[in-house]
Design a protein around this ligand. Structure first.
Ligand code: ZN
Length: 577
């Protein structure tokens, strides 16, 4: 029999949220090392999954082996001879996010990065994963290749083992095929009245549009794909994998039977589905050369997340438009929201998107009240870099960003690339060098020339007044019960000059109690100072606020009414209708 690592995953105690893992390693080293990843690829933050690993024991046959912990995530086991080594340990799993593991009496979910130790020197061997006894009527969903035996799976190596999350429990399940690729959609936790067929039909259109995007009429390099969606009271996010994605959304975002017109929440969910599916090509296969070999024990730096996350963000909504799931006005509203968000982020003056990519581990993923002042999102600005390049290429009349993406795919064989590859394919499609754009847009901190580029594409840009919070440079959360809480004070803003701080509770404007800041618009006079009453650390304070003469507010985008034939043609080619 071939050498392989064998892993059995059992429910030790659902109420205690504990999995039991039994790892069997034939022919161990005399001093065999094991480690648990500190991060999960796709989510760029050190999370130290080992903090939930407990009670690790080791034996060979009946003999106990000495286990010594070496650091926060590594152990060594002293073995006697080459007899098979068995490790047994428990993992506490009570995180509903898509990044780790969860277990209770209703549901189980796990990523291998949380549950499966890596046996040093044996990472390249096949890994067999078996599931122990499950509660009655629980189902299993995963893209992990099954062996044919019940609840048994076989992966080529450790990397594959940890790239197939597993969903356990009762869930809704639907299937469809696109170009010979079997797709499965699993939804856990939906309300009664959830319209599964609608979700399935819309997802299918996304998959068709994306496979056509990358491969035209050819067959994609996939045999199977699984969407694992967990619906909860409140939550949002996704994580991409080679043949699946784990998603989380709020129940109210799901489509409902008898409701024909999708709400904004559902469109956001479709955008998430589109985003994670696009990653099947852009980051899981086409990927940064820095990620050619993943180091699970520490940060893995790349300056290219503006491309892999940003360009994926550009195409997620654009492909909803191309799939006919949203119309052009809705697409332009989504785009305008992204532009407004970037322009309302002072941190764009301190970080380029390449720097933001590199620093994701300690900045983007560890956001706090200063984040908008010190960082720029490589998702949001990265998507606008894609937009600017796409519109530049289209205006040059020689092609579009679509061709650049496909050429990168062919050039790398669906593998590692670096910034030089991207620049090279851009210049081939555009018929000129793009060094100046890379310097300014990717490595620079200035604003992108979106207004003229959009005008060339027949899109009119209008600046509109924002709400009072954005005029004063505040990010707040507000509600009838919570009142107005300051989350961030933006750099250089009127609120900062007046002395407002993150954490302040805003009580009143000119002596009127407020639970929504914008109510004060009813009596404030434009440009005139006002008195702001707030609470900070139990003490009432009063500040005089001088509103700015002009404020950026928000951007709206609309098809321009009178356009040149060239702009009309460009708009038609870019947005369809
Ligand atoms: Zn992403």
């Amino acid at each position: 029999m071939r050498r392989m690592v064998d892993i059995l995953i059992e429910i030790a105690d659902a109420h205690a949220h504990l999995y039991r893992v039994t790892l069997r390693l034939p022919r161990p080293a005399p001093m065999q090392h094991f480690s648990l990843p500190v991060w999960i690829p796709g989510s760029y933050m050190v999370r130290e999954f080992s903090r939930h690993l407990q009670n690790l024991r080791a034996r060979q046959g009946r003999a106990e082996c000495a286990v010594e912990q070496l650091d926060k995530c590594s152990w060594q086991v002293r073995c006697a001879g080459r007899g098979a080594l068995t490790l047994v340990y428990e993992v506490y799993a009570f995180d509903t996010s898509v990044r780790t593991a969860f277990l209770d009496a209703q549901r189980g979910f796990f990523n291998g990065t949380s549950l499966c130790l890596r046996a040093a020197g044996r990472e390249a061997e096949p890994h067999r994963m078996r599931l122990g006894r499950l509660p009655a009527r629980w189902q299993v969903a995963t893209a992990m290749p099954p062996t044919g035996r019940r609840h048994e799976y076989l992966c080529a190596d450790y990397d594959e083992l940890v790239d197939h999350p597993v969903e356990l429990g009762h869930f809704w399940r639907g299937e469809f095929a696109v170009r010979g690729v079997a797709h499965e959609f699993v939804v856990a936790g939906a309300w009664p009245g959830f319209d599964g067929q609608r979700l399935l039909a819309d997802t299918r259109r996304i998959c068709e549009a994306q496979i056509a995007f990358w491969h035209g009429r050819a067959k994609p390099p996939l045999s199977r794909y699984v969407f694992l969606l967990n619906a909860v009271e409140d939550g949002y996010g996704g994580l991409e994998h080679r043949a699946s994605t784990a998603l989380i959304c709020a129940r109210r975002q799901l489509p409902r039977l008898g409701v024909a017109e999708p709400g904004d929440g559902y469109v956001t969910l479709l955008g998430l589905i589109s985003h994670e599916y696009f990653h099947t090509w852009n980051v899981k296969r086409l990927r940064p050369r820095d990620f050619e070999r993943v180091d699970y024990g520490r940060e893995n730096y790349t300056r290219l997340l503006w491309f892999f996350e940003g360009f994926t963000s550009y195409y997620d909504d654009l492909l909803l438009l191309r799939a006919g799931l949203i119309d052009a006005p809705r697409y332009l509203r989504l785009l305008a929201k992204t532009i407004s968000g970037v322009l309302a982020t002072p941190g764009r003056r301190l970080q380029s998107v390449a720097e933001s990519s590199f620093d994701a581990w300690v900045k983007y993923y560890r956001s706090d009240e200063n984040t908008p002042n010190a960082t720029i999102s490589y998702y949001a600005k990265g998507s606008l870099v894609a937009l600017a390049l796409d519109l530049s290429l289209r205006a040059g009349g020689r092609g579009s960003l679509d061709e650049v993406m496909r050429r990168l795919w062919v050039r790398s064989g669906g593998g590692p690339i670096d910034e030089g590859d991207i620049a090279d394919e851009l210049s081939k499609v555009g018929g000129r060098g793009y060094d100046a754009e890379f310097t300014a847009w990717v490595h620079g901190r200035g604003d992108l020339p979106l207004r003229p580029l959009l005008a060339q594409a027949g899109i009119a840009w209008a600046d509109e007044a924002g709400d009072l919070a954005s005029e004063l440079g505040l990010r707040v959360s507000e509600g009838a019960l919570s009142g107005v809480q300051v989350k961030s004070v933006l750099r250089g803003s009127a609120a900062e000059q007046a002395g407002v701080s993150a954490g302040d509770e805003l009580l009143a404007v000119d002596g009127w109690r407020l639970r929504r800041l914008d109510d004060a618009r009813s009596w404030l006079k434009a440009g005139k100072p006002f008195e702001l009453t707030l609470v900070r650390d139990q003490r009432l304070r009063s500040l005089r606020v001088q509103p700015p003469k002009t404020s950026a507010g928000s951007v709206t985008l609309k098809p321009a009414e009178s356009v040149t034939p060239a702009a009309r043609a460009l708009r038609q080619a870019w947005l369809g209708a």
